[in-house]
Write a protein that binds this ligand. Structure first.
Ligand SMILES: Nc1ncnc2c1ncn2[C@@H]1O[C@H](COP(=O)(O)OP(=O)(O)OP(=O)(O)O)[C@@H](O)[C@H]1O
Ligand SMILES: [Mg+2]
Length: 508
């Protein structure tokens, strides 16, 4: 009896119960780019997990008995029971100047057929936004090249300015113009040899857009010679929702590299309405409870943690964000628009009515605002355009009123006259940003009444003639306006003389 006991004891002693850290699991279900995984332990929120066949997932839902992942890459090969392993790494993308001129997907991999990208560093896709202490207030301008915006709704480096409007109102065009303008300024600045010149690099993130639109954007940038300063992150409509969800964060990481390394960058998110829809799709499959307009409860956090990453950092660089939101029938009070309006430092509202009347860019003066940008506006623009916003807003009101009566007093008539001339001056074709010094010259001529005697129908023609006169004949004067950035007595006299000279040569 005792030997049997001894034998059992010996057997038990031999048994070792070593705990094994288990970091593999199995797919329980997979559908629509989302997998639920059994048995994954120790997985972090937002950690990359490896699927068979090279596909990568991000752990988004950590629950007691399963992990919900979105899958990036090809999901067609995955099936129930496949093994999944954790990687211990948070998702990151390649960053650096090697990405300039390239088009990449949401994972930072090239999709433009121009070969591999030689980047040495990677940045995590999700990062905690800079805190309060390291931030610096916005004080350097970021010129869009669009006269109506630079003079009335100025944007500064590090600012977040929302572009909002219905379908087809010119939202994308405004951002492309801005990117093209940065490239133009970069070329002039870098050629000047000025050591204090700070170029602006651009990142354009296309989310849920038609491929044809993305191609159109890329060719517009290329035609304008702006591609060499731009990174395109594309997650088009055909891409799965996981990639569309991820793309803006990847773009932000690429932008942060410039900011952290003392450079200035501009990022465009085109658009966050489609981003919210992609997130809603993922969340519904993950069976998260849906809230207002069927969006999950954390959709505000989705956009705030993205837009808070745009900043101007003390002693480093800046990241300026231009998110785009599409409204339905001009309704800015819907869920996603109000969210993003409250997260940004102002909005440029584009109106369908104005667009259809041929007033393009269709910027609504009354509803557009820039809360921090005027600190960054150059003095010269303030001097020639300081009153424009008020005048235009008043004009719109008067114009609506004047439709009803024909008896207008002289003062009202003069205001209407002036207002309609400003409207004409602010019309600007797509992809033709104007240098700030030329904007100052045009607005100066306006302020001094040089357009007053000209027939309203011929204002566009006259303003084109004036710009042409200044660029071809008064280049040194323009350069002086650019470098001084403020109008003193001497400069004003020179501008006045130049305008007189133009006037005598111009025949309508
Ligand atoms: N300033 C402008 N002058 C003339 N045409 C313009 C101007 N801005 C935009 N357009 C034209 O209007 C059309 C719509 O512009 P765009 O694609 O920028 O609008 P969107 O609001 O981004 O549209 P979507 O909602 O489809 O994304 C384009 O054909 C564009 O060329
Ligand atoms: Mg668009």
């Amino acid at each position: 009896m005792s030997t049997v006991l001894e034998q059992i004891e010996q057997q038990i002693a031999k048994l070792s119960s070593k705990a094994v850290k288990k970091n593999t699991g199995n797919i329980r279900t997979v559908a629509d780019g989302v997998a639920k995984i059994d048995g994954l332990s120790d997985v972090m929120y937002n950690e990359m997990v490896q699927f068979p066949g090279g596909a990568i997932g991000i752990a988004l839902n950590l629950e007691e008995d399963e992990v919900g992942c979105v899958i990036l890459g090809d999901v067609s090969q995955l099936k129930e029971g496949d093994e999944v392993t954790t990687t211990g790494r948070l998702l990151s993308v390649p960053v650096g100047k090697a990405l300039l001129g390239r088009t990449v997907d949401a994972l930072g991999q090239p999709v433009d057929g121009k070969g591999p990208i030689d980047s040495k560093e990677t940045y995590p896709v999700e990062k905690i936004a800079p805190g309060i202490i390291v931030r610096k207030s916005v004080s350097q301008p970021l010129f869009t090249g669009i006269m109506a915006i630079d003079s009335m709704i100025p944007i500064g480096r590090g600012q977040r300015e929302l572009i909002i409007g219905d379908r087809g109102t010119g939202k994308t065009t405004i951002t492309i113009d801005t990117i093209i303008n940065q490239a133009k300024i970069n070329k002039v600045g870098l050629a000047s040899g000025d050591k204090n010149f700070r170029p602006v690099y651009s990142i354009y993130v296309a989310i849920g857009q038609k491929n044809s639109n993305v191609v159109r954007t890329i060719s517009a940038l290329e035609a304008a010679g702006a591609l060499e300063f731009t990174v395109i992150v594309a997650a088009p409509a055909g891409d799965n929702p996981a990639n569309q969800y991820l793309a803006p964060y990847s773009g932000a990481a690429i932008g942060e590299w410039f900011m952290e390394n003392g450079m200035d960058a501009l990022i465009v998110y085109d658009d966050l309405s489609k981003h919210a829809v992609a997130y809603r799709q993922i969340s519904l499959i993950l069976k998260r409870p849906s809230g207002r307009e069927a969006y999950p409860g954390d959709v505000f956090y989705l956009h705030s943690r993205l837009l808070e990453r745009a900043a101007r950092l003390d002693g480093k660089g800046s990241l300026t964000a231009l998110p785009i939101i599409e409204t339905l029938a001009g309704d800015v009070s819907a869920y996603i628009p109000t969210n993003v309006i409250s997260i940004t430092d102002g909005q440029i509202f584009l109106e369908t009515d104005l667009f259809n009347q041929g007033i393009r860019p269709a910027v609504s003066v009354g509803l557009s605002v820039s809360r921090v940008g005027s600190a960054a506006q150059i003095k010269a623009t303030k001097q020639v355009g300081g009153k424009l916003k008020g005048e235009l807003a008043q004009f719109r009101e008067l114009a609506a009123f004047a439709q009803f009566g024909s008896d207008l007093d002289a003062k009202t008539k003069a205001q209407l006259d002036r207002g309609s001339r400003i409207v004409e001056l602010f019309k600007q074709p797509a992809f033709a940003p104007l240098p700030i010094e030329l904007q100052v010259a045009v607005l100066f001529a306006m302020q001094k009444g040089f357009f007053d005697p000209i027939d309203i129908k011929k204002i566009a023609n006259a303003s084109a003639s004036l710009k042409n006169f200044f660029t071809t004949r008064k280049d040194p004067l323009l350069a002086e306006v650019r470098t001084k950035a403020a109008l003193d007595k001497d400069l004003e006299a020179k501008l006045l003389a130049a305008c007189e000279e133009w006037k005598s040569s111009y025949s309508a």
